[in-house]
Design a protein around this ligand. Sequence first.
Ligand code: DHB
Length: 543
Amino acid sequence: MKHRAVKRRSVVIGIGATAGVAAVGGIALSAQASTGTSASGPGTLTFDPEAYTKKTITITTADGSEKDVVYHFWAPITYVTSPVDTDHQTLVVSVPVEIDGKAVDASNAPIVFANEVGGYFPATVKDATGVGQATMEMSGGAPPAGGASGAPSGLPSTGASPGDDGSANDMTDAAGGRVSLPQLALAAGFVVVEPGCRGRTLTDSAGNYYGTAPAAIVDLKAAVRYIRFNKGRIPGNTERIVSTGTSAGGALSALLGASGDSRIYDKYLKAAGAADASDAIFASADWCPITDLEHADGAYEYCWGTSVTQTTGKGVDQTVSKDLRTLFAEHQAALKLRGLNGFGALTARNYDQYLLTTYLQPAATTYLASLSDSARTTYLAKNTFITWKGGRATFTWDDYVTHVGARKKDAPAFDAFDLSAGENNEFGKDTTEARHFTAYGLEHDTTGLGAKRLDSDIPEKLNLMNPMYHIGRENPGRARHWWLRVGTNDTDSSPVIVANLAAALHGLGDDVNSLMYWDQGHGSNTDPGDFIAWISKVSGHRK
Ligand code: DHB
């Protein structure tokens, strides 16, 4: 297995939050025609198989080899009949027809549904003229002041990186080369659909936040419904939709997988004008999902409670951290999850050992085994906390936490007392930019709210945004194939979040492929080739 480190790059475009949107009576309405040239604009959800442009692209694949791909590209298509924002409620489709001079028939190929959401910001394909050009928008609503995660802290907050064309799923390997998941999927012969969707910073001219929860998941579901509604017209196998996403996009991808055909979205999908079709997907691939938000503060303190923060170099308030760890222990016990590989019940008492034996030590082992003897010797000399014996790495939890070093976020990491976290904005409503979504956050509010209770709509919004809600209910419409990944140095959230997702899904009998990337940070993806092979395997696709 060749390792190719893939890091998410900054993708920033500077469009205003209200572009293309006018408000009438507090309701955001599209003020411009569909950005696409396709005949399938608002009002009709019928995909036009002829409305493509022929394109060519040379794609560097995960093993470093190049592939020349001829493909058909459908410019932005609005996927709902009542769009409130055609800059975001559109998708693009790419279908390979020739790879390295050989004709390809993708009419029954898996459909890779690659969202480009980051930071719960909006994502758009409005300017896409080819595969892998969706962009996440970090502009529109300056991140609130404060040390927490107004901007997704794992992503550069300003400027595009050198050589970066601002494209979708923009990732860069260790050597500075560019790897794009949508492009890799196209080069593998798969159909690629890239959806835009609303995000938390969008406001209409009356100041209403119309992209906060659950807008993003409603849009992604509507886009899936559009695909399934167009079975037989849109190329690809609509029963083999494989969703991908990273970070907030990974959270939405996990949610899409867990919540297939759940009725709790009905009223939102109806209001959006989504197609009358299933929104269930076949498989869900989720890198470092920033999810289970209402429990993430506790999980964060469980892992990183003793670490200093990057911004201050100081330890966090231990009273807060301990409170949150207690909440974690209670919640973890209530989940009644069992670990992989026959580990038994997962609790706050044994979760550190579980992470070590199931994920962290195997991740280090894989990494060290991939090194040359001399490189391994050098690494081990620098990292004496690791014992390397019989081709296996072992170390203690405390040494692992020390090795990771400073944590990215303050405590609480997600429901910030001063409402400064991006997630506070994600739960904003109407003209209120940011709200608390945990009782603990509200209790310790420092913004002078004086509220005794969370707003009454918050519990429903949390369920709408949490894959664990649907998994806990054994949702029959959920995806049955899961690819879960996170870097062992990622302190944007807690490794517990991914491990709990994997354990819960495994407990339901789903096919779960979960591992962690040793020494990798937020947004890393070091096995894109394995992922492409996994899609072929689980979907039964033969070229
Ligand atoms: C992302 C990162 C975060 O730290 C967060 O809180 C939410 C989202 C992201 O990279 O998408």
